[in-house]
Design a protein around this ligand. Structure first.
Ligand SMILES: C[S@@+](CC[C@H](N)C(=O)[O-])C[C@H]1O[C@@H](n2cnc3c(N)ncnc32)[C@H](O)[C@@H]1O
Length: 252
């Protein structure tokens, strides 16, 4: 019987893969990957059969069944199978469900955690989730419809930094509910978009705004993006100004 490695690919840059993930990717027989895994990372497994496990909207359950069957199929042929997911496989990625499915079918599983976009994407944009004197707590939530129906918004009113994944489409609904349950309407918000242009390396695009403007439907943004709400968002511009002043002083 083969083995399945549940691996996190990080936010896109191959430099943010773990050393362990890289070593396994270089020798794997099969790599079943998600849509958000970058082409640069897939090129690290030229020897492997690459299987696209990307999910289309509305077709998730059928594709998930298909992915489960494929993992089972290749592992039972004594192959070394990588199930490669963007960010961390245990953060809003169905990694836990796949893990349980494999265990139930007697397949050996090894988890290799990845750098989650929830923390890495804001950090790369200059927004730390916590900062002494500014934010002492954070929460990460899923902003897709299914989760929103079950959400008790009041529990997020007092979390200093709120990070939302998969929330672009429901941004107005999310912002309205957060204001209604106690987050300040003037609170700063950042959308960090993952922009992929034909033939170029993905880049980040940051939109800074307020919770009130998001609730009012004034923000034009494309998924995928990480949304950050809280005072830490102001640090990005503050540090940019400090950098500018330091550079000017150095040149003078
Ligand atoms: C299904 S969740 C998977 C999260 C992933 N397992 C992780 O730990 O990062 C996908 C969501 O993560 C966010 N995301 C993942 N990678 C991103 C990136 N490079 N830039 C911006 N958002 C990203 C977006 O909100 C996207 O809709």
């Amino acid at each position: 019987m083969g083995k399945v490695f549940l691996i996190g690919a990080g936010p896109g840059d191959p430099g943010l893969l773990t050393v362990k993930a890289l070593r396994i990717l270089e020798i794997a027989d099969v790599v079943i990957h998600d849509r958000l895994v970058s082409a640069e990372i897939l090129r690290l497994s030229p020897q492997a059969l690459l299987v696209d496990g990307g999910k289309q909207q509305g077709d998730q359950e059928r594709i998930q069944d298909d992915i489960n069957q494929k993992m089972l199929h290749y592992a039972s042929k004594d192959l070394s199978v990588v199930r490669l997911k963007g960010g961390d496989p245990m953060v809003f990625a169905r990694g836990a469900e796949e893990w349980e499915y494999l265990i139930r079918h007697g397949i050996d599983v090894e988890v290799v955690p990845g750098v989650s976009a929830a923390l890495a994407v804001p950090a790369l944009a200059g927004i730390p989730p916590t900062c002494r004197g500014v934010a002492a707590s954070f929460a990460v939530i899923a902003g897709h419809r299914q989760h929103l129906i079950e959400t008790d918004w009041s529990q997020y009113a007092r979390v200093d930094t709120l990070i939302v994944l998969m929330g672009v489409e429901n941004r107005e609904h999310i912002a309205e509910n957060l204001i209604r349950t106690g987050r300040p309407a003037a609170q700063p918000v950042a959308f960090i978009e993952h922009v992929v242009e034909q033939g170029s390396t993905p880049r980040q695009h940051v939109i800074e705004t307020s919770l009130a403007a998001v609730a009012a439907g004034q923000i034009d943004v494309e998924p995928p993006a990480v949304i950050v709400m809280g005072e830490v968002v102001r640090l990005r511009s503050r540090w940019a100004r400090v950098r500018e002043l330091t550079d000017q002083a150095r040149c003078a």
